[in-house]
Design a protein around this ligand. Sequence first.
Ligand code: NAD
Length: 279
Amino acid sequence: MTLLLNGFELAKQCRAELAEKIKSLSRAPKLAVILVGNDPASAVYVGNKEKAAKEVGIESVAYRFEEISQSELLALIARLNADNGVDGILVQLPLPRDLNEKEILQAIDPAKDVDGFHPLNLGKLLIGEPAPVACTPKGCMKLIHLAKQDLTGLRAVVIGRSVIVGKPMAQLLLKENCTVTMAHSKTENLPELCRTADILVAAIGKPKTVKADWIKNGAIVIDVGINRLENGKLCGDVDFDACFDKCAAITPVPKGVGPMTIAMLLENTVEALERKISL
Ligand code: NAD
């Protein structure tokens, strides 16, 4: 029997636990969200994040700009960094092309980097020091743990080497003693490699790339991809219907990794305040 890794339900549970935890804190955590430009998808993501934050008791303040210069945005981030009442800062990506995304992300105080994208936090993940971890891979680990607690010795294949998903994902699996292989667009014999995976994570961005004959019987399959088909429906990077029976556990799209990403953003915000209180 295949276990459906229901991210929608797990995220609900995470949010309920966070709401309880927030009640016990000396004040509500505060998240600042910055949105620049008029990308409709980004506007929806920011709206969802704000709504989810408010529901668990996180104070959320959004800064929306049609246009803003690099120096003005850096000045805003500096103000938010200096504001002791702000615990988390999130800059919604992608930023418009005229802004230097790297410089903006590096300007965020690493302690307030609730997305886990700051180079210092990525470096800490690499050397095994505690730090905010990117929300999507963090959520994927929780989904994997629904299927299996101890991952020691398992073979994991991560398809995709982005800084926000693939690379941190591989580090988290390595930290839990998996033998990890990273695959990408230049990988040769990808289906063959995937067939070795006890845990397969697909973060490619191409619909239904992973086929049933790529899956090892009994594998745990995590589908990070979000792709919109011509008929308007969302689908993942894994051919879900074809692969389902071969997996021990698999995430659906939607209602898999997506809701966990938002839940982990909330968790990172709460953790940022907790770290501050414990100092
Ligand atoms: P990206 O474009 O930065 O990286 C994609 C990676 O896939 C690259 O490393 C590339 O080498 C690899 N790739 C491309 N084609 C390939 C192929 N044919 N075979 C093997 N590898 C291939 O994307 P990303 O930001 O890492 O996102 C990946 C997907 O995950 C996208 O669909 C994105 O929308 C989705 N995503 C979902 C969430 C979520 O919350 N569910 C969060 C972030 C990203």
